[in-house]
Design a binder for this molecule. Sequence first.
Ligand code: NAD
Ligand code: IPM
Ligand code: MN
Length: 354
Amino acid sequence: PREYKIASMPGDGIGPEVIDAALDVLDAVAQYSGQFSLSFDNLPWGSEFYKATGTYLPSDGLETLKKYDAVLFGAVGAPDIPDPVSLWGLLLAMRGPLQQYANVRPVKCFSSIEPVSRHVRPKDIDWVFVRENSEGEYAGQGGRTHRGFDWEVATEVAIFTRHGIRRIMRFAFETAASRPRKLLTVVTKSNAQRYGLVLWDEIVEEVSKEFPDVKWDKMLVDAMTVRMVRNPQSLDTIVGTNLHIDILSDLAAALAGSVGIAASANIDPTRKSPSMFEPVHGSAFDITGKGIANPIGAIWSSAMMLEWLGEKESCTLVMNAIERACAECNTTRDLGGKLNTKQVTAAIISSIGK
Ligand code: NAD
Ligand code: IPM
Ligand code: MN
């Protein structure tokens, strides 16, 4: 059988609870399929590790990750550590340096889930967000001078490069072309952001010529929030900057039921580095340790990992099992159900292949 080495990094808060669930589902589907095997190494990097060692990512951490076929990540962030320390220490210290420049965030409203807006019918939401994952406000540029004085200045510099925009735009057009509707919406804010986002506008004109089959349109990000709520069925594949899609993908998750089901893949399309799969949600301090976190975001992310590894059939098995568990109302509280994390996971596992 085919063998894959996976780095499992549960991290903080509900991270370990949902990654446990994902590992159980992965084991179950590998066994069901019999076509491949997965081995998991647990990497303890997170806020406890930081408190013990003074670092989130060990100095050879990126090299260590390169030994794996993929990384499964939970969440990072702790109430007693400043967020920029934990996020730039671990998550953002991996996405950029590993050149996982495409962040893919699918959003679907499973038919059994009650949509939060009366404008939205479940079948209206079947979207894929393509988030530029290496530039913009996340390039790490900026600083503060004259700290504490009235004339203190802080900058948060957004970086956009022709190379970075062109590669994500091509990835987005390819994603759109691979889907039945072949429809791409490019999100910008080039009325106010007159340099970087105007460059986005120019590059989409160029790249679109390589993909004559894809219909595309442009939206300013503010108007896009309205379109997502009022006219969801008009959207399919959506591409935008790191920060814009961070925000829109949380809104999308809420429209589709809960941020607890939202999945993501941090992809290096060149396959030089391992790609990293993680739920969109964070460490959720408010429900940590209660055993009630929705595991679907993590389980769906692990299905995306199977697809990226080439195990398309097993990805479909997991997605169908999630859908079936939801249809039978085997859901956690965030989706209006009564089950805990373990019960939902068990329901999904017992639906595999049904
Ligand atoms: P969050 O996603 O952790 O929580 C937001 C709300 O959604 C909370 O009420 C939480 O209980 C709920 N929620 C989240 N996941 C859920 C799940 N699986 N099931 C049920 N309910 C769920 O966002 P936040 O509160 O803004 O951030 C908390 C911490 O996590 C911060 O330190 C933040 O920086 C960090 N964070 C990390 C990541 C990541 O590691 N990828 C992502 C977002 C936030
Ligand atoms: C996400 C998160 C992260 C981001 C934070 C925690 C740095 O919100 O993955 O969506 O902004 O990318
Ligand atoms: Mn986010």
